[in-house]
Design a protein around this ligand. Structure first.
Ligand SMILES: Nc1ncnc2c1ncn2[C@@H]1O[C@H](COP(=O)(O)OP(=O)(O)OP(=O)(O)O)[C@@H](O)[C@H]1O
Ligand SMILES: Nc1ccn([C@@H]2O[C@H](COP(=O)(O)O)[C@@H](O)[C@H]2O)c(=O)n1
Length: 232
């Protein structure tokens, strides 16, 4: 992936909040709320892997083919229209993403863009929230605050099922659960940048917490690490 077009440079060191966790744990919802509350920029890094996976599928390739995946990753750039497509939200895209994500060359190709987003948040924002699988461990190991958001696989599958139903997408409960287990296994067992909490991450099991409770606990943790409070 090539470098982003020049955004306003940020003079002071940007605050970086790393939020990792498995699929449908709620990290995307939390990350956007944290970014809005603190006036930070937000990068959903899963979108990058989804875009690479979908590009390979569209080219008629196999997402598990290292060369095809690496090629698609190097061709991706921050202004690429595929990054805005709703097609990235499908389960097919998620499964393809988790296959290309196991390819070391893909991860290497996407690394600079993610790091530059963290150090130079777009629009001159004073900080950045990045969510994914390896933000606290690999992409931004020096992030000031790291959270690992998780929940039981059954709870996560139920949340995803409800989300699909809300969006009018037909889905079968047992299929959603099996797909989530398969993705969890691929993401946590791969050799490169596997899904796991950083040693210094605040691990939050949200199985019995609603989104507001998770937000409050995350704000308190970020405050304790950075001294920052959300904007009024
Ligand atoms: N604490 C929570 N309690 C109940 N539902 C939640 C909670 N947090 C998020 N959700 C809902 O769960 C679903 C998944 O959340 P979200 O998309 O934020 O997860 P995610 O970890 O970013 O998933 P993915 O990695 O697949 O992108 C959404 O429908 C969201 O509204
Ligand atoms: N930092 C990341 C982010 C994502 N992945 C892979 O992409 C898949 C889709 O991610 P979502 O967050 O959109 O669900 C995910 O299953 C991972 O395989 C990654 O490896 N690293």
């Amino acid at each position: 992936m090539t470098q982003p077009l020049s955004n306003q440079e940020t003079p002071a060191r940007a605050v970086v909040v790393a939020i990792d966790g498995p699929a449908a744990s709620g990290k995307g919802t939390l990350s956007q709320r944290i970014a809005d509350a603190f006036g930070f920029a937000h990068l959903d890094t899963g979108v990058l892997y989804r875009a690479v996976g979908v590009s390979v599928l569209r080219a008629g390739g196999d997402p598990a083919d290292n060369a095809a995946a690496a090629r698609a990753a190097y061709e991706l750039h921050p202004e690429h229209p595929i990054l805005q497509e709703v097609a990235l939200r499908t389960d097919e895209a998620a499964q393809a993403a988790s296959k290309v994500a196991a390819v070391p060359e893909v991860r290497a190709a996407l690394l600079d863009f993610q790091r530059r987003f963290a150090t130079h948040p777009p629009g001159g924002a004073p900080g950045a929230v990045l969510d994914g699988r390896d933000i606290g461990t690999v992409v931004c190991p020096d992030a000031q605050a790291k959270l690992f958001i998780t929940a039981s696989v059954e709870v996560r599958a139920e949340r995803r099922l409800k989300e699909l139903q809300r969006r009018g997408i037909p889905a079968i409960s047992s299929d959603v659960l099996e797909d989530m287990k398969a993705r969890d296994a691929r993401d946590s067992q791969r050799a490169v940048a596997p899904l796991r909490p950083a040693a210094d991450a605040f691990v939050l099991d949200t199985s019995a917490l609603d989104a507001d409770q998770v937000f409050s606990m995350a704000v308190a943790h970020i405050g304790s690490k950075t001294g920052l409070k959300p904007k009024a």
